[in-house]
Design a protein around this ligand. Structure first.
Ligand code: ISL
Length: 548
């Protein structure tokens, strides 16, 4: 199969189906809701939709716990709806990638049920270990969701436990077993044969555990050295590339936790042949100390340094500031509500100016902000509840626990999409599954679209420009400046160069002298003088005179 590498020129838009658009009034977004918004997505100018899981699931982790990989979650619709979505997208030149969750299944998956019923074949699909003498767990590992990663398996007398790095309803698959490999390869072919354009591969660099020995004690995720980007993991990815992906004009983007640049390079090296791109996390950790729950003041220069490091370190990056696990970028990186519009545009401008494939998360195009939750009762996310329990057991008082959760909970990004200023933001006619942000009266698609100077208008303009510019699509990156607040870089292809400059301050800042040339695009209408305005972004065509 000849590869077109279409993803190198694509802009991707992530849909979290539960929160996107509800067509039947049950308060949960669904596939027909997405179909009803295809024209909107097409007008935005996006090329690929990344669909968070729509497979059958008991929803312990909102679909990341899959009980049937070849069927659709009834509350999202039917396979016929899915086929219609795929066709409707195709007709508009939009491709769809699926979320591939293969570190674990749901404990309600048939494989796990049969394992529990005692079928050896299926027991071998999971990681089941004997407890150590004295009623001890098989090892001292930690868990991603602030839980214990071992849960008794079946009859307690057998002293067996199954491993779950995430929720206890997400048992980890045993990638030592070739049958597991074959099952997953088959699932991938099933979707690729339908015409999907690839996969976003969930926590893909932890699937192969090289050893089950105790780990070095850490604040979080003790044991991770035994499973982060192991050699066995590389072998599996390479095999899936050869056996499956090479037969389709499709791509993979790996969600790769805790990777550094050398790991990212190995995972995406074309000669090794594993993944096409990775989602690295380092830039998403620029405002935290140790673990993500301990947020510190955002220092723009730290973000700039990390972005530059990855631009220089990896041939092709995935560019993102948001997804369904992260707080909203405008709340996180932009000070004060009055700059929401300029700041949202600047962050969009930044993603679309860097080298790599840009990913946007639903609502980012209208500058949606973190959820407006008042207490834990309003939070659904399992991780947040587990963290609360754990913090409580450590004696952390409620106001502190709530502060951590309110700032960092994954539900911040999962509040329903704000379409209109009408009832329930036009998301549903029923009761939304998660509390809407009351700011939908001001922040919504309808209103933004009616504003010539809206965030969507800027997104469309900038995205269209990127697509017409070989320099932005494939030019080399070099940093020109990363000061306390001002970031600037050049993108160059042969003799042609663009200079992008960003002011991360809520005050004016001096425009660097090298920012000269034709002002191609900006988030402000009037050209700036000697000083950049708050959260100003300008793209210059190098050569020519300043602001002409
Ligand atoms: O950062 C995290 C760990 O503390 C989590 O937000 C997240 O679990 C991690 O990034 C892995 O995420 C992916 O796999 C999870 C699922 O809950 C997330 O939604 C998904 O993006 C388990 O499938």
């Amino acid at each position: 199969m000849e590869k077109t590498y279409f993803w190198k020129n694509s802009t991707v838009y992530q849909i979290y189906p539960r929160s996107f658009c509800d067509s039947d009034g049950d308060g949960v977004g669904d596939i027909r809701g997405i179909i009803s918004k295809l024209d909107y997505l097409s007008e935005l100018g996006i090329d690929v939709i990344w669909l968070s899981p729509v497979y059958k699931s008991p929803n312990d982790d909102n679909g990341y716990d899959i009980s049937d990989y070849k069927d659709i979650q009834p509350e999202f619709g039917t396979m016929a709806d899915f086929d219609e979505l795929l066709e409707g997208a195709r007709a508009r030149g939009i491709k769809i990638i699926m979320d591939l969750v293969i570190n674990h299944t749901s404990d309600e998956h048939e494989w796990f049920r049969r394992a529990l019923a005692g079928e050896e074949k299926y027991k071998n699909y999971y990681i089941i270990k004997k407890g150590k003498p004295g009623g001890k767990l098989p090892n001292n590992w930690g868990n991603f969701f602030a839980d214990c990663p071992w849960e008794p398996f079946g009859n307690p007398e057998n002293n067996e436990y199954y491993l779950h790095l995430f929720s206890k309803k997400q048992p980890d698959l045993n990638w030592y077993n070739p049958e597991v490999y074959n099952e997953i390869a088959d699932i991938m072919r099933f979707w690729l044969d339908k015409g999907v354009a690839g996969f976003r591969c969930d926590v893909i660099n932890v699937i192969f555990k090289e050893s089950f020995a105790d780990g070095k004690r850490r604040l979080a995720l003790t044991g991770k050295e035994h499973y982060i980007s192991t050699e066995g993991n590389h072998r599996i990815l390479n095999a899936l590339r050869r056996d499956v992906m090479d037969n389709y004009d499709a791509f993979t983007v790996g969600e790769t936790v805790m990777i550094d640049i050398p790991m990212g390079r190995d995972l995406t090296d074309e000669d090794r042949g594993e993944l096409d791109m990775v989602f690295a996390f380092e830039h998403m950790e620029c405002d935290q100390i140790g673990v993500k729950w301990f947020k510190t003041r955002f220092k723009p220069r730290k973000l700039m340094k990390i972005l530059t490091k990855w631009q220089n370190g990896i041939k092709w990056n995935s560019l993102y500031f948001e997804n369904h696990d992260q707080p909203r970028s405008v709340t996180r990186f932009v000070k004060g509500g009055e700059h929401r519009k300029a700041g949202s545009k600047m962050l969009i401008g930044l993603l679309l100016s860097l080298r790599g494939t840009p990913y946007f998360y639903e609502g980012q195009e209208i500058g949606m902000t973190n959820g407006a939750f008042n207490s834990l009762d309003e939070i659904v996310d399992i991780e947040s509840h587990n963290v609360n329990k754990m913090a409580k057991s450590l004696g952390i008082l409620n106001p502190w626990r709530w502060k951590l959760i309110k700032t960092t909970s994954r539900d911040n990004a999962r509040t329903p999409m704000q379409w209109t200023s009408g009832e329930n933001a036009g998301f549903t006619t029923g009761k939304p599954w998660l509390k809407l942000n009351p700011n939908y009266k001001e922040i919504n698609v309808e209103r933004d679209l009616s504003d010539e100077d809206g965030i969507i208008a800027f997104f469309k303009k900038m995205n269209a420009y990127r697509k017409s510019s070989q320099v932005l699509l494939s030019g080399e990156f070099s940093e020109l400046m990363s000061s306390k607040y001002v970031y600037a870089f050049e993108r160059r292809l042969g003799d042609e160069a663009l200079i992008a400059v960003f002011n991360f301050a809520d005050k004016t800042k001096k425009l660097p002298e090298f920012c000269k040339g034709e002002r191609v695009i900006s988030n402000y209408t009037e050209p700036c003088g000697e000083r950049l305005r708050p959260y100003e972004f300008v793209l210059y065509k190098a050569g020519g005179s300043l602001n002409d």
